[in-house]
Write a protein that binds this ligand. Structure first.
Ligand SMILES: *Cc1c(COP(=O)(O)O)cnc(C)c1O
Length: 468
């Protein structure tokens, strides 16, 4: 029988929702967690099963096993479980991108109750939300002013809506990017009520192309950092300084969507090519926009900085209210920006930067420590070199030298182990490479080695327990 036919059969044999809800265990689960949550859990379990069948073929789990899996899901409770990131991706978007430094975690806890969000403690009058974080942002970038919104996509949307709504935005054809999750620059421009004017060719755009496209409807020259792809070969782009001169000359605004935006020069860690928001402003951008939770190493946020006159329409725009960040974001962001007062302190305390600063020797030591912890629990594992990634749509193609522990089971047992690791407590996101589970240690903190070792042992099939 062909794989396709057996898959189709397995899919058809999957129990239907109605049948699951009528089966024996369902009544008890429904009474305990409520019918709505049970239905959601069953839907998720059925979807996972469908994906498994499509990926690997095989038999369909019976109604009993599916109900049990739904029960496990419900018992695990709230959904944002802590995960140990052994996937070798620093800014793993599915795992919440940047882990926060201790100072930011403490600031979040402090702000979680009542806090001076829009309250001037001196006068007892109303204060401006975000003023602290925005002042620090401006200071770190040498900008006149800063503005914080919910994420960088929101920052670009707000900037274009406020500055170019009803007018034209000129963008290079080489920069009409999709960031992921359906965020495409042309759509954002349209959503902001502006008209997109594309110039140049995919691989080459010159300043003359922009100049020729300027009309009396043009409001903004937009430059977008190619965060998640690289153009190599016969390419050229207009420099920011040239764009800035053109903007001055024709009374336009130059907005740079920097994307990942780092505040320290990552070349010191051997990471090339990431755009610096500070350098963009120095080169003449009126506004820069970038993410808080990518290379900055902070919470999800959209950071905008630049000239006060260019920012004023953004503050006044109705969307600003809809896109404003909450108190915990602002608390974390202010704490992170505060750490950047001293670059060495930032590198020592911000987890993302600390990871980039790791030496091959420190990674190997971490690998050997985990290897020894597991050996102490009777589990022999190999240690191999590995390649970690920056992730989060930043530094595409950059390979970070890392190490990984290879866990014993192979083949289909490896997929089951990876699943058991994900469902453990703490959950572990591992890598499945060539039918083997690998724990990449690049993004694992030293203090997580013991919980990681316990999670591995807890996830392995016990020799006496039979298949699980
Ligand atoms: C990541 C990215 C965005 C979106 O940032 P979020 O903070 O995820 O909304 C926008 N533009 C560029 C160039 C990016 O790299």
């Amino acid at each position: 029988m062909s794989l396709e036919t057996s898959q189709a059969q397995a899919l058809r044999a999957l129990p239907k929702m109605q049948r699951l809800l009528e089966s024996d265990g369902a009544a008890a689960l429904g009474a305990r967690y409520g019918r709505g949550r049970l239905v959601s859990a069953l839907r998720e379990v059925l979807e996972v099963e469908r994906q498994e069948i499509l990926a690997r073929g095989g038999r369909t789990a019976g109604a009993e096993a599916l109900l049990e899996a739904a029960g496990d899901r419900l018992e695990r409770g709230l959904s944002l479980k802590r995960v140990i990131n052994a996937a070798g991706v620093v800014l793993h978007t599915n795992l919440g991108r940047a882990p926060l430094p201790r100072a930011a975690v403490e600031a979040v806890a402090e702000a979680a109750g009542y806090c001076a969000l829009e309250y001037d403690l001196e006068s007892g009058r109303r204060g401006r939300r975000g003023a602290g974080a925005e002042a620090l942002l401006a200071e770190r970038l040498g900008a006149e002013e800063g503005l914080v919104v919910n994420n960088a996509a929101a920052a670009v949307l707000l900037a274009l809506s406020a500055l170019a709504g009803g007018g034209e935005v000129i963008v290079s054809r080489g920069e009409l990017v999709e960031i992921g999750g359906g965020f495409r620059i042309p759509d954002v421009i349209a959503q902001g009520g502006a008209r997109l004017v594309e110039v140049g060719a995919t691989n080459r755009t010159r300043i003359e192309d922009y100049r020729a496209a300027v009309t009396d409807q043009t409001r903004v020259l937009l430059k977008v950092h190619p965060s998640n792809y690289r153009m190599v070969g016969f390419t050229c782009e207009a420099a920011l300084a040239e764009l800035s001169d053109l903007a001055r000359e024709r009374n336009l605004l130059l907005v740079h969507d920097v994307g990942a935006g780092a505040l320290v020069d990552l070349a010191r860690f051997g990471l090339p090519g990431e755009a610096s928001p500070k350098a963009s402003l120095e080169a003449g951008a009126d506004l820069v926009a970038f993410s808080g939770d990518k290379l900055l190493g902070g919470p999800q946020a959209g950071l905008i900085a630049g000239r006060a006159a260019a920012l004023a329409p953004l503050r006044r725009h109705p969307l600003a209210r809809a896109l404003r960040p909450d108190k915990m974001t602002l608390a974390a962001l202010e704490a992170v920006l505060d750490l950047y007062a001293d670059e060495e302190r930032a590198v020592a305390e911000i987890p993302v930067l600390r990871q980039f600063a790791q030496t091959p020797q420190s990674l190997r030591t971490r690998g050997e420590r985990l290897q020894a912890l597991l050996a102490g629990k009777g589990l022999a594992c190999g240690l191999e070199t590995s390649t970690a990634r920056v992730g989060g749509g930043a530094a595409p193609g950059v390979e970070l030298e890392s190490v990984a522990l290879v866990l014993p089971p192979e083949g289909s047992a490896a997929a089951a182990l990876a699943r058991a690791l994900r469902c453990g407590d703490p959950a572990v996101a591992a890598r499945l490479v060539r039918e083997q589970v690998r724990l990449d240690l690049f993004a694992v903190a030293d203090e997580d080695l013991e919980p990681l070792a316990d999670a591995v042992v807890g996830a392995l099939p016990r020799p006496d327990a039979g298949p699980r």
